[in-house]
Ligand binder design. Structure first.
Ligand code: AP5
Length: 191
């Protein structure tokens, strides 16, 4: 079993690279952002609770996210490994993920951190906002809140994995295939 965390700021390319990692390594993708958007679309209570945070670029409370990930793991016991995209986003989430995996006799093998400068993140998200319909991509103010949430609450998660010797930084600027080649070799050297 291989379990990976794909880490990085909003617009770093986590979703884009997840698709390539899944097809190469046969892992199950879990994107907490995608799961929340699914709940929003279906109008569930969880979706209604998450909406106000997401629309304003703020993080959804830890207990809500962790419960949703626990459910996802329970629904996918046959997976040969997971790629966690956009989770964990706080140290409390990282600690909870270790517990959730330990209960299932497994662990995180490797955390890939996509490194992209802020100007490029904003450019990508504003561009995507023209067609994606995502409320949190609509203007620079919301994008700035998301980046600030990342810097304040999510970046400390990098140190959590660095201390365990599991972190690997990859340059997230360049062609999608070129970035994937670097990710692939980082994964192979860790698992
Ligand atoms: P989430 O959906 O996770 O959004 P995000 O982290 O802001 O990530 P994005 O989807 O915007 O970017 P990405 O890194 O996946 O990049 P992508 O591949 O799409 O979260 C949304 C919200 O949900 C959060 O704000 C929060 O409210 C809530 N939430 C989710 N998880 C949570 C958690 N764990 N805890 C609390 N709250 C949570 O690429 C972006 C764009 O760039 C695309 O248009 C793509 O085509 C383009 N692109 C990609 N790679 C390249 C490249 N190499 N060169 C040029 N363009 C590129």
């Amino acid at each position: 079993m291989i379990n990976l965390v794909l880490f990085g700021p909003p617009g770093a390319g986590k979703g884009t690279q997840s698709e390539k990692i899944i097809s190469t390594f046969g892992l199950k993708h879990i994107s907490t952002g995608d799961l929340f958007r699914k709940h929003l679309g279906e109008g569930t209570e969880l979706g209604k609770e998450a909406r106000s945070y997401m629309d304003n670029g703020k993080l959804v409370p830890d207990e809500v996210v962790i419960g949703m990930v626990d459910d996802f793991l329970n629904e996918n016991t046959d997976a040969k490994g997971f790629i966690f995209d956009g989770f964990p986003r706080t140290v409390a989430q990282a600690e909870a993920l270790d517990e959730l995996l330990s209960k299932r006799d497994t662990k995180i093998d490797c955390m890939i951190m996509l490194d992209v400068p802020q100007d490029e993140l904003k450019r990508r998200l504003l561009e995507r906002g023209k067609t994606s319909g995502r409320a949190d991509d609509q203007n620079e103010e919301k994008i700035n809140v998301r980046i600030q949430e990342y810097l304040n609450k999510t970046l400390p998660v990098a140190a959590f994995y660095e201390e365990q010797g599991k972190a690997c930084k990859v340059n997230g600027v360049g062609t999608i295939d070129g970035i994937f080649e670097e990710i692939e070799s980082a994964i192979k050297s860790h698992v």
